[in-house]
Structure formats: C-alpha cells, structure tokens
Ligand binder design. Structure first.
Ligand SMILES: CC(C)(COP(=O)(O)OP(=O)(O)OC[C@H]1O[C@@H](n2cnc3c(N)ncnc32)[C@H](O)[C@@H]1OP(=O)(O)O)[C@@H](O)C(=O)NCCC(=O)NCCS
Length: 184
C-alpha cells in the first residue's frame, strides 16, 4: 500500500502536511496550553522536546506500520498552523487505525476538526484499505466526544477508572466506525 500521497491531505479550508522545524514555537505554545493538554498524554516541557518530536517525525516515513505519524493542520489560504493530526498506523490492515487531533484554542469550534477527520477517514477506508477506526476518549473531554459522534462513530464501551493518568484513575470511552458504515 502506498501512503506517500496521504502525507499531504487537502480539504476545502485545510492542508495537512508534515510538521516543519519552524513550527516548533507554535506547537510548544498550544501543546503546553492546559486547555489543549488537559486530556492528552503528551504535554511538552520545553521547545527542545518539540524540536526532537518534529525531527523524529520527519525521520519516519508516513504510514510506517505500528507508529504514530503527526501531520500539521494548516489554514489552506494563509498557511497558518492551526494544530496537529496524529494517525496511528497499526501493524496490519486487519487492526484498527486511530486518530488524535489537537487544535489551537482560537481555531476550535470552526468545524476544522470535523473537516480534517472526514478527509482522513475517506483515505483510511479508501486507498489505505483499513476496515476499522477506533478512538479512546476521556468522557470529560466533551469536545472530543462530540467530534467522534459528529463523524458518525459509535460508542462501544465505557471503561470505568481504567487507566492511571497523571496520578488519577480515569474512565475511557471507546468509539469505533467500520468501513462499511462510512458514508452510508
Ligand atoms: C477535540 C478538538 C480537536 C475538537 O475540535 P473542534 O474545533 O471543537 O471541532 P469542530 O469544530 O470540528 O466540531 C466537531 C463537532 O463537535 C461539536 N463540538 C465541539 N466542541 C464541543 C463541545 N465543547 N461541546 C459539545 N459539542 C462540541 C461541534 O458542534 C461539531 O459538531 P457538528 O459538526 O455536529 O456541529 C478540540 O476541542 C481540541 O483540540 N481539544 C484539545 C485537544 C484534545 O483534547 N484532543 C482530543 C484528544 S485526541
């Protein structure tokens, strides 16, 4: 499967492409903002950590099995970095693919996340050939829960106090979507 073309995804208002060195300062500011990092595993401590993250991403081929690939989400007209879009490519096409989105606070609430997600689902269930998309979300993350529902993901489970997150046992809600359910 050739996913190279997928490293650049275009929608009506957005372009998703590889993160660049010059994105470091912006990524650090929004990724370390509590409004963005509250429910996220990764909260960079400094710009050097973001630098290493971007260098690591650039060294890895997009679509490498069993790895997270993080694309920039940019305004298609202005090129402004709005956030990032993580895609976990599983070990095989039989395993579920997973997405994770983060938008700068002032870019949220404009339908950008939904727009990016729908384009990525088209690719995942189309040319990339996956059959199942999953998301594990903290139920208190209402924007993330709403996004999963907005793209038609089905809630499959609610695990109570299922993982230890920053010293606290928290719940996770599992959402899923099958290729045969998409764009029905
Ligand atoms: C999760 C996140 C990417 C969603 O971005 P967004 O800009 O709110 O998403 P959109 O504007 O595309 O909205 C998607 C849907 O969710 C709804 N929604 C968004 N925020 C909501 C909220 N707080 N409460 C209820 N519904 C909400 C929208 O109305 C929309 O539904 P619709 O298309 O049926 O009208 C964004 O909130 C974010 O970056 N959060 C911080 C990082 C994070 O926690 N990421 C999730 C972990 S993977």
């Amino acid at each position: 499967m050739d996913k190279t073309a997928g490293s650049i995804i275009q929608t009506a208002r957005l372009i998703l492409d590889p993160l660049r060195e010059e994105d470091t300062a912006t990524v650090f500011v929004y990724r370390s903002d509590p409004a963005v990092s509250q429910y996220q595993g990764w909260k960079p401590a400094n710009e050097a950590e973001v630098d290493r993250f971007i260098a690591d991403q650039r060294a890895r081929a997009f679509g490498t099995p069993d790895s997270w690939c993080q694309l920039a989400i940019r305004d298609r007209e202005t090129g402004r970095l709005l956030g990032d879009f993580g895609i976990h490519f599983p070990p095989s096409l039989d395993d579920p693919i997973e997405f994770g989105l983060s938008l700068q606070p002032d870019a949220q609430g404009n339908g950008f996340a939904r727009e990016a997600m729908e384009a990525a689902i088209d690719l995942a269930f189309g040319p990339w050939g996956y059959r199942r998309l999953v998301a594990s979300v903290d139920p208190r993350n209402s924007a993330s829960v709403a996004l999963c529902r907005a793209v038609g993901m089905r809630q499959e489970g609610h695990h109570v106090e299922s993982y230890l997150f920053r010293g606290e046992w928290v719940d996770d809600v599992v959402f899923a979507l099958l290729a045969r359910e998409w764009r029905k």
